[in-house]
Structures are given as structure tokens and as C-alpha cells.
Design a protein around this ligand. Sequence first.
Ligand code: HEM
Length: 457
Amino acid sequence: WWCSQHHQKGPKLAPGTMGWPIIGETLQFIGGSEGPESFIKEKIQKCGIHVFKTHLLGSPVAVFCGATGNKFLFSNENRVLVNAWPASVGRIFGNSLITTTGDEAKRVRKLLMAFLSPEALHKFVSRMDSVAREHLKTRWNGKPEVKAYDMIKAYTFALACSLFASIEREDHSAELSVLFTVLVKGLMRLDLKIPGTRYYKAKTATQALKRELRKEMEVRKEALREGRASPKQDLLSYLLTTADDQGGYMSDAEVVDNILLLLFAGHDTSSSTLLIVLKHLAEKPYFYNEILTEQREISQSKDKEELLNWKDIQKMKYTWNVVCEELRVSPSVAGGYRQSLTDFTFAGFHIPKGWRLHWNTHTTHKVAEYFPDPEKFDPSRFEGKGPPPYTFAPFGGGPRMCPGLEFARVEILVFLHNLVKNYEWRLVFPDEKIKIDPMPVAEKGLPIRLNRHQQDS
Ligand code: HEM
């Protein structure tokens, strides 16, 4: 139905179908428990080409599959295209980094990077380590069994709340966490404006979250005025007190929306990654043992109470290669979105101005040309130079690449260090399924049986 509006001379639109009016092929895209992966695979098989058209979440979309598509999308920001998530996502995150483009995006990103860059993270490693130790002490110690997914989420969320907004009270972060779960579940759904639907619930949860964050901001402003809070204590203070290169400050709405974005982006992604890692380490003891050896060497080089530092993180090479291999096989983010600023031709097909452009992680992660024997779990793929450019993209690429990569790396490694040196674990349900909704989640919360090591108790 949509293609008929685009009759023209010259290159044709890419193959594919646009589905039903308004909803397009959204239901098929998000439908299965495997997420968009099976939809995209089927399309590639049908169309026989690595770019196809469809209609998702209210917009016509060209889906780019493979390293050439990734390269094109990651290298043409602000020229041929700009970052643009589906409108439903934009409405949730309002006036934040992911809804801005061009110079405005550069300005916001620069401010956020003051907290997320490797240099900034040097000073957070020990704070993350003490949060991880406290978390294991209060929530894991002495328990024969835990629901790993709930625990990991509690850890990553407590960390994000503490570092971004100094929200330390557990009952408060638990309330916010419930709202975020509703937000995440509705994010990639159609805005049908019907009470009870997932997107409607996500919008209501977002309003409640913004009200809470606004309250935190007002309290903080007063504390800053009265000298009871430090401008550098967390991201919230930093955004309220720091001017950009032109001497301008973020508006209150921008501060709230960016904190909301970082609390969301900063915990669900990392907890889904840790979920996959914990499940697979229980299934593959060889990799668990290799990680344990690396982490024991690090802790044996330190006093028992001494907290981890940046140098320790750099020594965790093998552990990080295992995490990267997990992100290759089961990426926690399915991909990202751009929008064309102009008509252009890609692989001989016409892509009209204004279309959404979707790139995805899994269409390159299992290509034998880049990852020989792709079904084999092999962390050594990441040794040396690692995979060829644009083939491994769990964090995206180009100027809109995930700014939280280093933050995620450190929080994941700090957690694994503390977990493996204290425990080994077994899956209560070895066949438990991981479904994509829209990130990997465990059907039963991944209950695991814990066995504490003797020497580190
Ligand atoms: C394993 C954990 C994570 C994964 C797999 C991940 C993945 C991604 C991906 C694929 C994108 C889209 C990039 C693109 O389109 O090129 C993205 C964007 C983003 N991520 Fe992450 N992320 C993770 C952790 C984090 C953390 C910890 C934070 C914050 C502390 C964060 C903040 C963001 C933000 C703000 C954006 C939007 C960037 C922009 O629009 O310019 N992420 N992430």
C-alpha cells in the first residue's frame, strides 16, 4: 500500500512488504520470543538481498543487514542521515541525547561524557566495587539459591541510581525499578492510545518517573544553593552546575530527561548481558574456571579489603573477551535507528528522504566470513586486533555509538570479579528459556543454586 506513493524513474525501492496500514509489520517484527532476529532472517532469505523495506512502529523503514550496511549508517551521520529512534521511543525520552541530532547532540554528549569517559570512570571503579561487595553481602551471602536476574538488576540499578543521582535508599530505588520495568516492556510497542496496552502503561510509568526525578532535582538545587551538596557528587549535580562550550546550561526538562535516559540505558542493557553470561558460565564450566583463575590472580595481588582500581580492570582481559563473545552470540540490544535526511541510493536501491533506517546486531555477528565456525563459543576471537570493522556492533558505531560502553565494561567486570571469586553456581532449570522482550529476559528469573568457595568466605 505504501509503495504506490513512491512511483518514480531510476532505481527502485528495496524489495520487501509494508504490511497493514498504520501497524505495518510491527507485530511480526516484535512478535516472536526471539525478537526481531527471526523476522529479519526470514526477510533476508525471501528478498535474497541485504537491504529490504518494511513498515515498523508507524514509519516506513529500510533495514540494513551486514557490515556494508553498518559502515554506511555509522559513517554518514549528519550528512545523509541522523540518529532517530521510532517516534514512540522519542516520546518517552523527550528532550534527551537520543532525541537530539547535529551540534545539539554533540553538546549533550560532551556533558554526559564527563561522567562516562574512561578518564571519568577511573574514580568510580572503587565505588562500583564497594556497591558490588555490599550487594553480595546483603543479598547473596548465606542463601542456598537466588533468582539471579532480579539480583543482577538490583545491582546495576543501585549503581546507576547512586552514580547518576545519589539515590541510595533501597526502597526508593526499588520503587523506581518497578516503573522502569513497565517502561522497558512498552518501549518498542505501538502507541495505540488505549489504556491497558503496553505503550500506554509505559507512558504512565514514564510520567511517574519524571515526577520523582523532578523532585530529586528540586531538592538537589536547594542543597547546592545552600552548599550541602557538591557540584561533582553525581551526574545530576554536574548537569545542573556545568555550562556547555557556549556558556549555556541545560533546562530543567533536559536534565530530567537525560537522567531518565541514563538510568534506563545504564542498567537494563548491562543486566541482560550479565544474565546471559551467568547462564552460560553455569553451562560451560571451562570458561568459568578460566575466569576464576584470572580474577584470583588479581585479588591475590591485593590486600583483602583493598578495593579494585582502574589498573585491575585492565588486567581482566580474558573475562572481557568472554563477555564480548556472549555479546556476539546473544547481543542485548537488537540494533538502532537512523533517519534519511535526503533521498539516496544504497546497493542499487532508492531510499527516500524521511525513512527510518534500521541496523541490527545479529546479521553480522554470525557470518562465517567474519566469525569462522560462528556457532562455536570462542572468546579468543577477541584477542589481538579482534573482528574486522563493522562486523561486531553490540554497542553500535560511529558518532552515535553507545557512550556507556566503558561504564558497562567496568560494572560488568567488577560484578563478575566479586561473584566468581566467592561463588560457583548451578542452574535450577537447565532448560530455562531466554526470551527477547525487547532485551533478553529469563522466563523464570534464572534461579541458581549457590556454592560458596572456601578460601574467600
Ligand atoms: C552491555 C551494555 C550495553 C549495551 C549492549 C548497549 C548498547 C547500545 C546500543 C546498541 C546503542 C545504539 C548505538 C547506535 O545506534 O549506534 C546504545 C546507545 C546508547 N547507550 Fe548503550 N549499551 C549498554 C550500556 C549502556 C550504559 C551503561 C549506558 C549509560 C551509562 C548507556 C547509554 C547509552 C546512551 C545514552 C545511548 C544513546 C546514544 C546517542 O543517542 O548518541 N548504554 N547503547
